[in-house]
Design a protein around this ligand. Sequence first.
Ligand code: NAG
Ligand code: NAG
Ligand code: NAG
Ligand code: NAG
Length: 138
Amino acid sequence: MYSAILSAYFAVHLLLGHCRGDLTIQVPEVPVVAIFGKDVTLNCSFSTNLNFSLGDLSVIWQLTETRQMVHKYSLRQDQQADSFVNRTALFPDELAKGNASLLLRHVRIEDEGSFTCFVRIEEHLSAPIKLQLAGMAP
Ligand SMILES: *[C@@H]1O[C@H](CO)[C@@H](O)[C@H](O)[C@H]1NC(C)=O
Ligand SMILES: *[C@@H]1O[C@H](CO)[C@@H](O)[C@H](O)[C@H]1NC(C)=O
Ligand SMILES: *[C@@H]1O[C@H](CO)[C@@H](O)[C@H](O)[C@H]1NC(C)=O
Ligand SMILES: *[C@@H]1O[C@H](CO)[C@@H](O)[C@H](O)[C@H]1NC(C)=O
């Protein structure tokens, strides 16, 4: 049986000016070891003093070296790269608790490497604007 090592190097991305509170992030210090063909969870957890809604949360998992997107959660929607289609998921019920871990299914040899977890909390402000057509002057 081939045993792949998914070594995890993680970094935090904060969009400056958009996060009003403190955001800290935690990932495993040792590489995560996965077995070929099995599922693995790459842990990433964050904590903040903000009361945020899921619509304000973005989680992006990338391949560290190429910065290729693996899985993205933003505006309450999940998106994944073609090469990871149907193989990645976050844990939706855990997000609000600060658990942004990635589930990677059926680990392949080419998955081995370094993954980066980005967490961002920003306020999405919106305001309606009315458009009125000016009446034609008689
Ligand atoms: C995140 O949630 C998943 C599913 O419950 C769990 O397996 C994993 O250990 C959690 N990770 C952390 C860092 O809490
Ligand atoms: C992931 O986090 C959970 C909860 O903190 C922990 O029990 C588990 O050992 C962690 N797994 C790895 C691979 O670090
Ligand atoms: C977050 O929400 C809780 C409960 O609604 C409230 O007690 C607390 O003051 C809020 N904190 C902030 C930073 O808004
Ligand atoms: C992904 O899952 C969908 C729905 O189950 C399926 O239709 C599709 O063929 C799958 N794609 C791949 C590449 O496995």
